[in-house]
Design a protein around this ligand. Structure first.
Ligand SMILES: Cc1ncc(COP(=O)(O)O)c(C=O)c1O
Length: 440
């Protein structure tokens, strides 16, 4: 094993030996190289006369650039967006995102979390998480309705075994925490390490746990850790903040899990993608919330994990988009940032409310049931007696309406891109389409 990886592993073992047991084989082998990058970093500080270390081009003290490119970008200088960003991400953005995490999750107060490491969107964060914590054959407990791309990352790329619990009870009245508890407890009894991905607001159903449900989920995971099984809990908070109902938990489950037990690794995967409506910028973050017996070891543990994470990024995309990071950092410092976010939040909340009003009409029950939803971008319906894919194609061909079919019975509606005035016409067409298929 590389000597730097060994040093990091020694630090991690000293801080909390359970974390070493939870890392994947790749996670154990990862390190941040001291090669060109650290020599360049040293030169940046000390090479006052001539610095010929970096693999970019310079002219007259600034980054060399083509005006054909830079004339399209105003308000920031080429030096702020053309050079490579560090593999860890821009230091200022990491600090700012961490500060925001404490503001958005008041129960983190007093706890010690890592500095977020910047990824190329949340998908990349999930993939880095998977590389670092998931070995072939490891069990990941997830709901039977989930973002389809998890399959690609966890199963196809990293050969994990996904074990499902039922997302909702049959009557669609509530998130099925009883089933979550029984599935994860049974898997914990069979395995030394159990992994789960907690995604609220949830894709595809748009559900977020209530405060008491969130407490219960955190308790279940804590009990498993206390009983001796390692728990790796990733919180995919892609849609964080879009909570529309009063009783919905407004904090990430990460805040309830971070620092709670030495056998419980809490890992937050989030990003500016949906929170700041910058899908194409590709800016995500990985943040660790670990527990240690000796508080003096916390910084060492966090830094070791950050270095392994940055090493994983270095070996795969090298670093995330610099323009995207610069723009998000500038936006977060803009006095209009919070009011503008509030305005867009209200817009999405109104659309969700409009869907609830429209679907309260019992006429729709003849065609479909509605999954509980209170947050995020999406909601789902469960069809009665027609196939989801057949209906999807029929709506597309006959009515020019595009929706997503999930499994045999479910249709996902992205209200994030649906104007309020289109809500009733949409569901009327869905019902008509169902009746067309029944009549055929
Ligand atoms: C649950 C969930 N996680 C992650 C992502 C991906 O986010 P990003 O575009 O930042 O990779 C999505 C986007 O569709 C999502 O629904």
């Amino acid at each position: 094993m590389n000597v730097i990886a060994k040093e990091l592993n020694d630090l991690i073992s000293q801080a909390n030996p359970h974390i070493m047991d939870m890392l994947s084989d790749m996670g154990k082998a990862l390190f941040f190289p001291k090669g060109i990058l650290s020599q360049s970093a040293e030169a940046k500080i000390k090479a006052h006369k001539i610095n010929a270390t970096i693999g970019i081009a310079k002219q007259n003290g600034h980054v060399l650039n083509l005006p054909a490119v830079t004339r399209y970008i105003t308000g920031i200088e080429p030096d702020e967006y053309l050079p490579y960003a560090p593999s860890f991400g821009l230091p200022g953005l990491r600090e700012q995102w961490k500060k925001a995490l404490y503001e958005k999750n008041p129960s983190l107060a007093g706890g010690d979390i890592s500095l977020p490491v910047v990824t190329s969107g949340i998908t990349h964060g999930i993939s880095v998480f998977s590389d670092m914590w998931v070995n072939q054959g490891d069990v990941i407990v997830m709901p039977d309705m989930m973002w389809g791309n998890y399959n690609m990352t966890f199963t196809v790329r990293n050969q994990a075994k996904i074990v499902h619990y039922k997302a909702f009870d049959d009557a669609l009245t509530q998130f099925d925490i009883d089933d979550f508890e029984s599935v994860i407890t049974a898997e914990a009894a069979r395995n030394d390490k159990i992994i789960t991905v907690l995604n609220f607001p949830h894709n595809p159903t748009g559900y977020t746990l209530s405060k008491s449900e969130a407490d219960r989920v955190a308790d279940i995971l804590l009990k498993i850790a206390q009983s001796g099984t390692h728990v790796v809990a990733a919180c995919d908070d892609a849609y964080f903040g879009l909570f529309f109902d009063e009783e919905t938990s407004k904090e990430s489950l990460f805040a309830k899990l971070a620092g709670k037990h030495e056998r419980l690794a809490a890992i937050k995967l989030d990003g500016a993608t949906k929170e700041d409506y910058v899908w194409g910028f590709r800016i995500g973050f990985i943040t660790y919330g670990m527990a240690v017996a000796d508080p003096a070891m916390m910084t060492h543990l966090n830094q070791a994990l950050e270095k392994k994470t940055a090493g994983c990024i270095r070996g795969n995309i090298s670093n995330a988009s610099h323009p995207g990071q610069t723009l998000v950092l500038k936006a977060m410092a803009d006095p209009e940032y919070h009011p503008q976010k509030q305005e867009k939040f209200s817009l999405l909340k109104q659309r969700a409310a409009r869907i609830k009003t429209v679907l309260s009409d019992p006429a729709y029950r003849s065609g479909f049931d509605v999954y509980p939803f209170n947050s995020g971008y999406f909601m789902c319906i469960r069809l009665k007696g027609v196939n989801a894919e057949q209906l999807r194609l029929h709506l597309l061909d006959r009515y020019g309406v595009g929706l997503i079919a999930i499994g045999d019975r479910n249709i996902r509606v992205a209200f994030s891109c649906l104007e309020e005035m289109d809500v009733k016409p949409l569901f009327d067409i869905v019902l008509r389409g169902i009746n067309d298929l029944r009549a055929d």
